[in-house]
Design a protein around this ligand. Structure first.
Ligand code: 3EB
Length: 315
């Protein structure tokens, strides 16, 4: 029996599902667990007027639980889990967070990570002689290695710098494995050369879940990287085109018959770049009726020269 998992981006004013995981870009950063829902505030700001809420739902009466900083919301075949804490001592905090999150998932019988999001402040700051994004990568890799998660089973991921000094992590875990997808235009992140980080970023470019509604593709944050190198450092329009070429290549790999993107989130380092990036998106998705819903968010991408990153869902 295939599982059911649905994802929607809906305007704040609309009435969304009353159970499941939801992501709302509201202050302060953190997690709110209520009956049947887990609400995440990643500590990022939407670019007005995009007040969207991201909803993830699955069948079954949701069961909430908590283990210290780990909040869980369990459905029949899908588990949502989250962790939040200060982002100082980022390497240790990240390692701890991943250890606790994965242990809690495994105890409940959800061995497989399909998707994970990571947010923290001051990505380009320094810690232990490393750039903080690298410290994050080292902590994450240490936990995944200790837990013996194979490189070929990595989740799709996002790692973005926000303006709040808070580490917020949330994930979707399943009982049966999602299929990881890699991008033929890009070196797998877990094979990046060491100059980007002493321990490479551990994530897949996307994961595919075959659900009762059909294939669901969970797109990792995707940027203007070809091979392992950043392209077009000073040109946001060229970065947007390169990013869309990467997303297209990923879609082609997954299979052209797969659904188009239903929603995308664009993280922009500089809010003022929005009109130029929006024009590139409009041109690209012109042929799609209807095109994806797009949310625009201010965020720092993990390499200084990268001006934007796009994540999303095909369903
Ligand atoms: C990249 O392709 C851009 O470290 O989890 C995108 C998505 C990026 C996830 C992560 C990093 C991560 O390398 C950066």
């Amino acid at each position: 029996m295939p599982l059911t998992l649905r994802s929607q981006l809906m305007p704040e004013a609309a009435t969304g599902p009353d159970t499941g995981l939801r992501i709302r870009l509201r202050e302060p950063a953190g997690i709110e667990a209520a009956r049947g829902t887990l609400e995440i505030h990643p500590g990022l700001s939407p670019l007005a007027p995009d007040d969207y809420v991201e909803y993830w739902t699955a069948p079954g009466t949701p069961r909430s639980s908590r283990e210290g900083p780990v909040h869980l919301l369990e459905h029949d075949d899908v588990l949502f889990a989250s962790w939040t804490g200060p982002d100082h001592g980022l390497r240790e905090q990240t390692e701890q967070a991943y250890q606790s999150l994965l242990a809690a998932c495994r105890t409940r019988g959800y061995e497989h990570l399909a998707r994970i999001w990571n947010f923290f402040g001051d990505v380009h700051g320094e810690e232990d002689g490393l750039e903080r994004y690298q410290a994050f990568c080292v902590g994450r890799a240490a936990a995944l290695e200790a837990l013996q998660v194979p490189l070929a089973s990595m989740p799709a991921a996002t790692a973005i710098g926000g303006d709040r000094r808070q580490l917020v992590i949330y994930l979707i875990a399943t009982r049966t494995p999602a299929k990881p997808l890699e991008n033929p235009r890009q070196v797998s992140a877990y094979h990046y050369p060491a100059r980007y980080s002493p321990k490479s970023p551990t994530f897949a470019r996307a994961t595919q879940l075959d659900t009762a509604d059909g294939p669901l593709i969970l797109l990792s944050g995707t940027a203007s990287i070809v091979g392992h190198e950043s392209r077009h450092p000073d040109d946001v329009v060229a970065q947007a085109r390169e990013t869309l070429a990467n997303l297209q290549a990923l879609h082609n790999t997954a299979g052209r018959k797969l659904p188009r993107p239903s929603w995308l989130r664009v993280y922009l380092r500089r809010p003022e770049d929005r009109p130029r990036v929006a024009a590139v998106l409009a041109e690209h998705y012109n042929a799609a009726h209807p095109g994806p819903i797009v949310q625009w968010v201010r965020g720092d991408i993990c390499r200084r020269e990268l001006l934007l990153e796009i994540e999303g869902v095909h369903a």
